[in-house]
Design a protein around this ligand. Structure first.
Ligand code: GLA
Length: 338
């Protein structure tokens, strides 16, 4: 048993109780290894992978709900909210979805029927217990001159696949908040594309309630100013905002070093400064920002280990590998109390 000071430090979610939920992405392993930390500091969880298409629906006539159900039971037992992630995405979606019985490309009607059936089954199962869903993930392109990312969904069903996904989700649970979720959400060029997409959905009366800012950020990027402008722009559409996948990598995008065994003091100080700026902003916009979810909980486990650089560890969270609060945690608590 790892000795953990996290359970004697003030609870993060209580500190922000008047502002927003504090969430963490979890998986079957961290639900065990981070149990104390999760139940002490967080009041919302999200499945890192267990509610994605490939996890829940590996074959047309087969659903696998065991891990997702366990996560739901954990949330219920500990009085936590659950954000659903994610219904329609170009990644982690099995090939059968896009193929007909002879292995060719499925036609548009059949693809939309499959999407509808998947969404109905999944959203209905957790109706009333998942308060918000990432309905469509990462449909916008990072490349200049192109609004939507090329994908099988787009190729086969056309751009309307996005609106359809929201309609099906809304029909399955009219009480759930429905989000469009994406990364590079604060990069001005992509921000404008996300804005244009969501605006067009609203104009068509598509049932969309919010924008998820993934917030995979680092020590320098994006600038606080770019984040503020993105928030302003999205709020201007009347959308609720969720910060959905927050982490702060200690490495710049083009930094490839692999020699560090622990974060440097400078990194920890800069990370704490960044977290402080972010939570200051989140507080200012807390009328619109109703949930802040980290893409993990503590530095013992992060998807950024070995990605995008193999053999490299990262330390992106408020709690260290032993679940002790880092300078970032104390800074965030100072903002909560300010
Ligand atoms: C994206 C997805 C997440 C997750 C991360 C990497 O941000 O939305 O579900 O896969 O990539 O862990």
């Amino acid at each position: 048993m790892v000795y953990s000071r996290s359970d004697v430090s003030p609870r993060l979610h209580e500190a922000f109780g008047q502002q927003f939920l504090i969430g963490a992405a979890v998986n079957p392993k961290t639900l065990v290894t981070q149990r104390e930390l999760l139940t002490h500091h967080f009041n919302s969880i999200t499945a890192e992978n267990e509610m994605k298409f490939e996890s829940l629906h590996p074959a047309e006539d087969r659903y696998t709900f065991t891990d997702a159900d366990r996560l739901m039971a954990f949330a219920k037992a500990n009085g936590m909210a659950v954000r659903g992630h994610t219904l329609v995405w170009h990644n982690q979606t099995p090939n059968w979805v896009f193929e007909d019985r002879s292995g060719g490309v499925v036609d548009r009607e059949a693809l939309l029927t499959r999407m509808k059936s998947h969404i109905e089954t999944v959203v209905s199962r957790y109706k009333g217990n998942i308060y918000a869903w990432d309905v469509v993930n990462e449909a916008v392109s990072d490349r200049g001159g192109e609004l939507l990312r090329p994908s099988k969904w787009l190729d086969i069903a056309g751009e309307n696949f996005i609106a359809k996904a929201f309609e099906y989700a809304h029909a399955a649970d009219p009480g759930a908040l429905l989000f469009y979720n994406d990364y590079n959400e604060s990069v001005p060029e992509k921000r404008e594309k996300i804005f244009a997409l969501v605006k067009s959905l609203k104009e068509k009366d598509v049932p969309i309630h919010g924008i998820g800012l993934q917030a995979h950020w680092n020590l320098e990027h994006p600038s606080v100013d770019d984040i503020r402008q993105a928030i302003e722009r999205y709020v201007g559409l009347g959308m609720k905002l969720h910060i959905t996948e927050l982490d702060v990598s200690v490495f710049q995008h083009d930094d490839r070093r692999t020699d560090l065994e622990a974060p440097t003091e400078e990194m920890l100080a800069r990370q704490a400064e960044r977290y402080s700026q972010f939570f200051q902003l989140f507080k200012v916009y807390s009328e619109s920002i109703t949930s802040v979810t980290f893409w993990g909980a503590a530095d013992d486990y992060t998807w950024l280990d070995n990605f995008p650089v193999r053999g490299r560890k990262n330390w992106p969270f408020l709690f260290d590998r032993e679940h002790n609060p880092k300078p970032s945690y104390w800074n965030v608590m100072d903002i909560a109390r300010s």
